[in-house]
Design a protein around this ligand. Structure first.
Ligand code: WT7
Length: 649
């Protein structure tokens, strides 16, 4: 394979602000470099020390066992319990009465739980589950709205040693059925409904449909949230809040082996059946604990808000396990960012005095489109750190996040990682590393990341290639549920078992900074030049008239592939031929004539997954004028695609 040509040029750089640096736990580049060096050269010492900061029920005897490559074992012999790490350890400290979860529902109802209260709720829930036979090793599916009971459900399963499998609350009955069957789940935790844009999402109804004809599930636990009418099967369904009210607020945590499975989380992948990514207890907690501590530079008085849904890995690692292991105060919000108005997030920031905010590029671009006034009319002076995850963030959105949301005061941590990696892998440390708009910056401790060619040879500065990881890290996945072969094949076969590769392209610049170039499946080939779609998108979006863009290849007789762009114009911009020509010239000027889009389709919205990722593989069909026959079940809104297809005809 020839390298992926990098055409994006971004020269801005921002040092950590002095005020931030003064209190940051790691506040100079040398300290970061020395700690990183040690974590790579002496991983057992480094991770052994970190792991000892967590409360173990029985100490581990070894740190890493890599003899059964590619399945790592970390902290062998150690026993611990994830819910005790997140809750019990704080009960003997001043954090006992500190708020752990600060919840706001979409209708505006607010409820907070201190660490002591959260502990009691989790124990009650664990007892209610155990009463109905849920036990160590069982798999429990969780399909819930973003309410505190969702976080408690994860922790209650963990307390019993049951393996949770959270299914995002926007998924369909079919998606639930497939995941329940694949994981062999014997119980489901759900709610009657949840609030979304003023309406009730009827979750229990979807679960009933999903479970029709499935008899492996003995109990469905239902949290009453919206009090809508639900069908009730007396033998199978349990009113969970009622059962908790009658249960004891004490329950001893199961002593789990470090390598016992903590949870499964399904990723759809671009093709084939969803993979149940398997994470274990010890390494996952060590990884999420340390990344939360340093990447978010957590302080005792921080109010930390990760806006992701717990249905995704971001919510598992950075709403529940990582922040709670650090004793942080975590905000949880149930609803949509624009309900009932487009300033809702910023209203929440003002109201709860949020200091650390972690969100996604797709949300940032939506706020840009809705207009600055919805942000600026709320007080954001409490914010001190901003984070982003999920997709490459284009420099224009990064700068907007910095200037408009953060008033130029807050560092931005652009964090690259995956469901499979469990924890943040590439990121700036906000008090130590200068940031560059669009770059995820430098590897976190213990991460030996490299950009290599097809043979696994490391590429030079600014050469685009495959992003891989050369050493095991504690929070890495241990496999795919029920399919070890698929684990090897998907992540380890590209470099003959030597390196982990999960599909992203990247380059490293002259300072060693990583610039993620998107999925390698998305690379396009124009006249023999391999270009990253993400860089062309970024160039398009840098035009003031563009809020969002997706670029895909379209077959072309002359050039092999031509660049096709789907563009959402800014309010007040007139889509049409003249504007399309202006955009072509803009791309030519920004990155070169080669990347100039042959086709420009204007769209009021782009087809996205429910987690906000643009589904380029579907747009390829639209660009080529083909009917879309692929699997579209992970689409957020099917009508967006239908409108685009209809326009192409
Ligand atoms: C893929 C993983 C990790 C939590 C959310 C997504 C893309 C993620 C970044 C970033 C550029 C990013 C990658 C990655 N991605 N973060 N900061 N910069 N790309 O988890 O659904 O498993 O997706 O998201 O392509 O491989 P996921």
């Amino acid at each position: 394979m020839s390298e992926i040509e990098s055409v994006l040029h971004e020269n801005r750089s921002f040092e950590p602000p002095t005020a931030f640096r003064e209190t940051a736990s790691i506040n100079d580049l040398e300290t970061y470099r020395e700690m990183h060096r040690r974590s790579i050269e002496e991983p057992e010492d480094f991770w052994g020390e970190v792991a000892r900061e967590l409360p173990w029920i029985e100490p581990f005897e070894s740190v890493l066992d890599w003899s059964e490559k590619p399945v790592a074992k970390w902290f062998g012999g150690g026993k611990l319990n994830a819910s005790a790490v997140c809750l019990d350890q704080h009960l003997t400290t001043e954090r006992r009465d500190k708020v752990a979860i600060l919840f706001e529902g979409e209708p505006g109802d607010v409820k907070s739980y201190t660490y002591a209260e959260a502990h009691a709720e989790v124990c009650r829930m664990a007892n209610a589950l155990a009463e109905r036979g849920v036990k160590r090793g069982d798999r429990v599916a969780i399909y819930m709205p973003m309410i505190p009971e969702l976080a408690f459900a994860l922790l209650a399963c963990a307390r019993l040693g049951a393996i949770h499998s959270v299914i995002f609350g926007g998924f369909s009955a079919t998606a639930i059925r497939d995941r329940v069957a694949d994981g062999g789940c014997t119980a489901v935790i759900t709610a009657d409904g949840g609030w979304r844009r003023g309406k009730v999402l009827e979750l229990k109804k979807v679960v009933d449909e999903a479970l029709a004809g499935i008899d492996s599930v003995h109990t469905v636990f239902v949290v009453k949230r919206t009090n809508n009418e639900v069908a009730w099967d007396e033998r199978r369904d349990v009113d969970l809040l009622a059962a908790m009210a009658g249960a004891s607020a004490e329950r001893a945590p199961e002593a789990m082996d470090a390598e016992d499975t903590l949870f499964l989380l399904y990723t759809s992948g671009s093709t084939g059946k969803p993979k149940g990514i398997r994470h274990t207890t010890g390494g996952y907690l060590v990884g999420t604990y340390l990344t939360s501590k340093y990447v978010f530079d957590l302080k005792e008085d921080d109010v930390y808000w990760c806006t992701a849904d717990i249905g995704w890995i971001t919510g598992h690692s950075y709403i529940v396990y990582g922040p709670l292991a650090n004793g942080a105060t975590c905000v949880m919000y149930e609803g949509a960012p624009n309900a009932p108005h487009p300033g809702r997030f910023w209203e929440l920031v003002e109201k709860h005095r949020v200091s650390v905010l972690y969100t996604a590029p797709t949300a940032i671009r939506a706020f840009m489109r809705w207009g600055d006034e919805h942000v600026t009319r709320f007080d954001r002076s409490s914010l001190r750190l901003l984070g982003t995850v999920g997709e490459p963030i284009n420099p224009k959105a990064w700068m907007w996040y910095r200037e408009v949301v953060g008033e130029g005061r807050c560092p931005i941590v652009d964090t690259w990682w995956q469901t499979e990696t469990g924890a943040i892998m590439i990121t700036p440390l906000p008090g130590a590393v200068s940031t560059k708009p669009g770059s995820a910056c430098l590897p976190f401790f213990g991460v030996d990341a490299a950009v290599v060619d097809e043979d696994g040879t490391e590429l030079g500065a600014n050469q685009g290639g495959l992003l891989c990881v050369r050493k095991p890290w504690p929070s890495m996945l241990r496999g795919i549920w029920g399919d070890d072969e698929r684990y090897r094949e998907t992540y380890w076969s590209r470099f003959g078992g030597k390196y982990y590769f999960a599909g992203d392209g990247a380059r490293r610049d002259e300072d060693g900074y990583f610039w993620i170039m998107g999925r390698v499946d998305d690379v396009l080939n124009v006249s023999g030049h391999r270009l990253s779609t993400m860089e062309i998108e970024s160039a398009l979006v840098s035009h003031p008239g563009v809020v969002e863009a997706a670029v895909v290849p379209r077959p072309d007789d002359l050039t092999g592939e031509a660049v096709a762009a789907f563009v959402t114009a800014s309010p007040g911009c007139e889509p049409g031929d003249a504007f399309a020509d202006e955009l072509r010239e803009h791309v030519a000027k920004e990155i070169g004539k080669l990347a100039r889009p042959a086709d420009i389709h204007f769209a009021d919205a782009l087809p996205k997954t429910r987690s906000g990722k643009i589904m380029r593989r579907l747009l390829r069909d639209v660009a080529a004028g083909r009917e879309v026959l692929q699997d579209t079940t992970t689409l957020e809104d099917r009508s967006v695609l239908d409108r685009l297809s209809a326009e192409g005809k």
